[in-house]
Design a protein around this ligand. Sequence first.
Ligand code: T5A
Length: 230
Amino acid sequence: MPENMLGTRPGKLIVFEGVEGCGKTTQIQQTQGWLTASGWLVALQQQQVLSDLVITREPGGTPLGQALRQLLLHAPPDDMLHDRTELLLYAADRAQHVDTVLKPHLEKGALILCDRYTDSTMAYQGYGRGLDRQWIEQLNAIATGGLQSDLTLWLDVDVELGLARAQQRGRHDRIEQAQLDFHQRVQQGFRELAAAHPERIVRIDASLDPAAVSQQIQEVLLRRFESWFR
Ligand code: T5A
């Protein structure tokens, strides 16, 4: 019986998470380059276990999401987003992303590299803003329709180092400008989530140079590929 007749999704969803400036964008690009240059992508396509590679992000992985991202990250200061409004906008972005991008590509057998997903909402809106974590779990379940990542790579870096990297890059959004203690609560959130879900969330030491971070990610991915595609 084909795998999808058993109700198993054929594609795989890999999420990159972490505090501001932890290096997600850099590492998603590195991973894409490595999968292509190493021949892994072609090999998995030839074995017909994967269709293609998809790179996406939250917020902003759909046309509607781009508009929501603009509101979320650059809302005018005189029209402050309230915490519950912010939470619901992230959930709306996710629902659209899951239904129009993630699920359709996974059904076709894609390997998806996604910049942020449900753990960001728990870490930022739950731990950071202090909103009720049970609400967030329920809202994540509604927004995703139950779709969880197959693997989440948590790029763990000290908050101060991440913010310094983000500042060097020169752009400052609404959330990056929040107080240090907010970012420290977010970091604590990722720490607790990783401890609570050790199978799904793998910690990567993101304080090292980009090549050493990539090396750790590749080792984790090779182990997962062996168990997923054997
Ligand atoms: N958010 C998101 C929520 O509050 N709730 C949610 O549910 C979701 C989904 C947008 C914001 O939305 C919030 C979280 C965010 O505040 P974002 O677009 O992912 O999310 O914003 P950032 O986390 O700020 O992402 P960035 O693109 O700004 O940072 P990255 O991707 O983590 O870092 P990157 O790769 O751009 O690197 C930053 C700088 O550091 C350098 C890079 O060259 C770059 O200049 N760098 C390194 N330098 C030294 N050593 C390394 N290992 C380095 N890696 C990268």
